[in-house]
Design a protein around this ligand. Structure first.
Ligand code: SAM
Ligand code: GLN
Length: 283
């Protein structure tokens, strides 16, 4: 069979199974099975695939049809300007999360000194911390996670991308493993409510770590602890930046207001127009 035929057939099968981005998934998986770049398929759609290659591709297709996300099958995900290794111990970094990276860079660039201290809480694959290490070369970055397995992968990603010396990794619940103060704290916390969790796609629910997603009855449990505790780990006038769920802005403003610890609270929308990042400055 040719590449064109295989991609068309697989796309049809994925579409029939209700998989979004069916063609892209087919292309990425075929490229992975063949150890090639998918751009080669556009240049040479008549390339012939042999039996052996077809059979190893077929196994990947079955996994995808069963709901496994492409990134867990291939073991990598592009984020920001680089490629991260991912596995079932970490959330697959979302394009939306690039917004908090952009905001953190903007905030950092307003400081007159570039030797500021940044903390990434719940680093997962290391996505945010590594992007900031890359973009803000003089900053001092600490990244934490409650999951030891996630931290291990984050460390490997930092090392593979050349940022091992730039990021200090610490394991523990929220601020438990840090005893410093920071100019910027960034966090993409778990923010899915128990009710909403049930409505997530099987790819998310059955494969991604629940500890990365679930945050109590309203999905705001983590924010409450974060907003109240961050005060003790922020420099005066330091910034707390949080990724939020599309419908959580009001609830989070309320918690921030009740805490009384912050001013200059602002929201940044994502490219789909949903509130995505809330930032607040410690009084
Ligand atoms: N920062 C990564 C990203 O944006 O792709 C991962 C974000 S994921 C939504 C949330 C992360 O927080 C997970 O890696 C999870 O293990 C971690 N986490 C959950 N509860 C935590 C806690 N109590 N303290 C620290 N980290 C926690
Ligand atoms: N945006 C993720 C999702 O829709 C949730 C990430 C999170 O809880 N921080 O699955």
């Amino acid at each position: 069979m040719t590449v064109r035929e295989i991609i068309n057939e697989t796309t049809n099968a994925f579409e029939a199974a209700g998989i979004p981005s069916a063609r892209l998934d087919a292309e990425v998986l075929l490229a992975f099975a063949l150890g090639r770049d998918k751009l080669e398929f556009f240049k040479n759609p008549e390339m012939i695939i042999n039996e052996e290659q077809l059979s190893s591709f077929g196994k990947l297709v079955i996994r995808r049809m069963q709901g496994e996300p492409v990134a867990y099958i291939t073991g990598f995900k592009n984020f920001w300007t680089f490629t991260l290794e991912v596995n079932k111990d970490v959330l697959i970094p979302r394009p939306d999360t690039e917004i908090i990276v952009e905001e953190a860079i903007d905030v950092a660039k307003k400081y007159t000194s570039n030797q500021i201290k940044i903390l990434d809480i719940g680093t997962g694959s290391g996505a945010i911390a590594i992007a900031l290490a890359d973009e803000l070369p003089k900053t001092n970055i600490t990244a934490t996670d409650i999951s030891e397995a996630a931290l291990k992968l984050a460390q490997r990603n930092a090392e593979n991308l050349g940022f091992k010396e730039r990021i200090a990794f610490r394991q523990g619940d929220l601020f438990e493993p840090v005893n410093d103060t920071f100019d910027i704290i960034v966090c993409n916390p778990p923010y899915i409510s128990t009710g909403d969790y049930e409505t997530l796609s099987s790819g998310v629910k059955n494969y991604e770590p629940a500890i990365a997603l679930l945050a109590g009855k309203d999905g705001t449990e983590f924010y409450e602890r974060l907003i109240y505790q961050a005060k003790n780990y922020l420099e005066k006038n330091g910034w707390l930046l949080m990724e939020i769920g599309a419908k959580q802005e009001q609830g989070i403003y309320k918690i921030i207001g009740q805490s009384g610890f912050y001013e200059s609270v602002e929201t940044r929308k994502d490219y789909a127009g949903w509130p995505r990042v809330v930032k607040a400055r410690r009084k």
